[in-house]
Each structure stands twice: as C-alpha cells, then as structure tokens.
Ligand binder design. Structure first.
Ligand code: HBI
Ligand code: FE
Length: 290
C-alpha cells in the first residue's frame, strides 16, 4: 500500500505559484470569510484560526502539516487531482489528507466540479484540527478499503458525501455548516442554510446510504447532526450487516421524501431576517441551476 500511495504523491512546488494564482486564493478566501461568520460551525472556524490559514495567498502544505501533525498526527500530501478510490482511502487510513495543488481559473470562481487547492485546503483541512472529526476521517478511510472489498463502495461514498462534503450541524446557536463542499462554495454557503427548498433531515446512517446524490448542482437534501460525537458513534459499527440490509431496500432519489424522515426544525424568523440583510452572493448560480 505505501508504494501505491507514494506513486500518487507529488511535490506542491509552492514557489511556482504565480501572483495571479495567489490573487485568486485571496479573492475566494475573503469572499468566504464574509459569508461564513455565523454560518460555519465553531469547530471549523477554530481550525482555520489554529492553522493560520489566511487571505495572503495559497498556503504551504508543509507549514500546515507541521501544525496538524502536532495537534493530532494528520499531514497533508500533495496529489495531482482525483486519485483512485483505494488510494484516497489508503491515505485517509494513514492520517494523510490528499490535497490537489492547482487553483481554479478566474472564469471558474463560482463553480468547478473537481476539487482544487481552495476546496481541499480551505474546505477540508480546518476540520481535521478537530480531534473527533480527525478520527472519523481515519475510520472512514479504513471503512472505505473494506467497503471496496465488499462491493459496497457506493453506499459508503454516500456517507462521505452527506457528511464530510455536505454536512450540517445543529449547534445551540442554530444551524451551521461543517461540510467542505459547502464551506468552499459561496453560492451553497447561503443556499445550504437559508434556502427553503432543500430538505434538511436528521442524520440517519441507513437513510444516507440509500440516498443518491448529484455532483453538478446544489444538494436537494442535507443531513443534520447534533455534534461530532454523534457522528463518530453512529459510524463506529461494522457496516457489513448494514450493507446486507440495504441490499433489500430501494434507493432514494436526491429530491425524495420518505417514510421515517425527520425534518430538522428550521431556525427562527429572526435569524433568517438577520441573514437576509447580510451579503447575498450566488443568486446567479442559483438561477442557473433551477
Ligand atoms: N481523490 N484527490 C481526491 N479527492 C477526493 O475527494 C477523492 C479522490 N478520489 C476518490 C474520491 N474522492 C471518492 O470517490 C470517495 O469519496 C468515495
Ligand atoms: Fe472534497
């Protein structure tokens, strides 16, 4: 396994980034900072601060890795782009987070389908500073290797999608974002929390594993956890019997509501009104999609 992982590792070559590339980071960073106050969960904001990830420019992975490593043993490894599933899981199982190096172009500021350095570093890495989430990600990597052998990768990939990428958290102060796909998207930072259209359902492992997803538009269903202990505890069990159970059940479409769904009671009028007077980005993309 270590050999395969080494084959997919590259060097970040930080000094090769152009001024234009750093300027794109700065633009994306500043835009998200304005949007995420009061929207991102505290664990994420603490992680961002602890890592010293800033507007200045694309960070050096080695510097971030040294901080992460001291905190809880995770490091960032540079990869050229999407890596094969077994490589991706192999890295996570060893507490290595594979991050792309390239940054989106100016004509892709609002949306791109594949991960770039802004999504990977700004979106994912701060969450890894949280000790429980850090353990969840490692356990996910181990579970991925197993799911692959059992032929149930599809079900496990949905768990990643609806938690690590698009998860919401019911904090005492209200609904907050912890999913990296939302945290790194201006349009979905607003849509995911404030738009009345998508379903926001209580976290349910089996429901998630049955639910298909779109990769090319805002989500139609989000799942809400109460805290990271709950998430970690719910995903601790051996999934083999669950996969067996799921074989007998139908799949659920991204926009479907089904028996047993528990909707998250939405935040009050007051909080919503306060948000509506705040920055409002992503309107254009929202219309593009619908
Ligand atoms: N590779 N670099 C990278 N980043 C990902 O998020 C990623 C990947 N390879 C596979 C993969 N994700 C997914 O198929 C898993 O989440 C299931
Ligand atoms: Fe991602």
């Amino acid at each position: 396994m270590s050999d395969i992982l080494a084959q997919h590792t590259i060097k970040q070559d930080w000094s090769a980034y152009s001024e234009e590339e750093h300027a794109i980071w700065r633009y994306l960073f500043e835009r998200q900072q304005r949007l995420l106050a009061g929207r991102a969960c505290g664990e994420y904001l603490d992680g961002l601060k602890g890592l010293g990830v800033a507007a200045k420019g694309i960070p050096e992975f080695e510097r971030l890795s040294d901080i992460l490593d001291r905190a809880n043993g995770w490091r960032i490894v540079a990869v050229p782009g999407l890596v094969p599933d077994e490589v991706f899981f192999g890295f996570l199982a060893q507490r290595r987070f594979p991050s792309t190096c390239f940054i989106r172009r100016r004509d892709q500021l609002d949306y791109l389908q594949e991960p770039d350095v802004f999504h990977d570093i700004y979106g994912h890495v701060p969450m890894l500073m949280n000790p429980i989430f850090a353990d969840y990600m490692q356990a996910y990597g181990e579970g991925g290797l197993k799911a692959r052998q059992l032929g149930h990768l599809k079900q496990l990939a949905r768990l990643y999608w609806y938690t690590v990428e698009f998860g919401l958290l019911a904090s005492p102060a209200g609904l907050r974002i912890y999913g990296s796909g939302i945290l790194s998207s201006a349009g979905e930072s607003i849509y995911g929390l404030d738009d009345p259209r998508p379903r926001r359902l209580r976290f349910d492992l089996r429901r998630i594993m049955r639910t298909d997803y779109h990769i090319d538009r805002y989500q139609e269903t989000y799942f809400v956890i109460d805290n990271f202990e709950e998430l970690f505890a719910a995903t601790r069990a051996d999934f083999s019997p669950i996969y067996q159970e799921l074989d007998a059940l139908t799949e659920i479409a991204p926009d479907e509501t089904t028996v047993g769904d528990r909707a998250y009671a939405r935040f009050g009028q007051k909080e919503r009104a306060a948000r509506e007077h705040g920055p409002s980005l992503g309107r254009k993309r929202l219309e593009d999609v619908r």
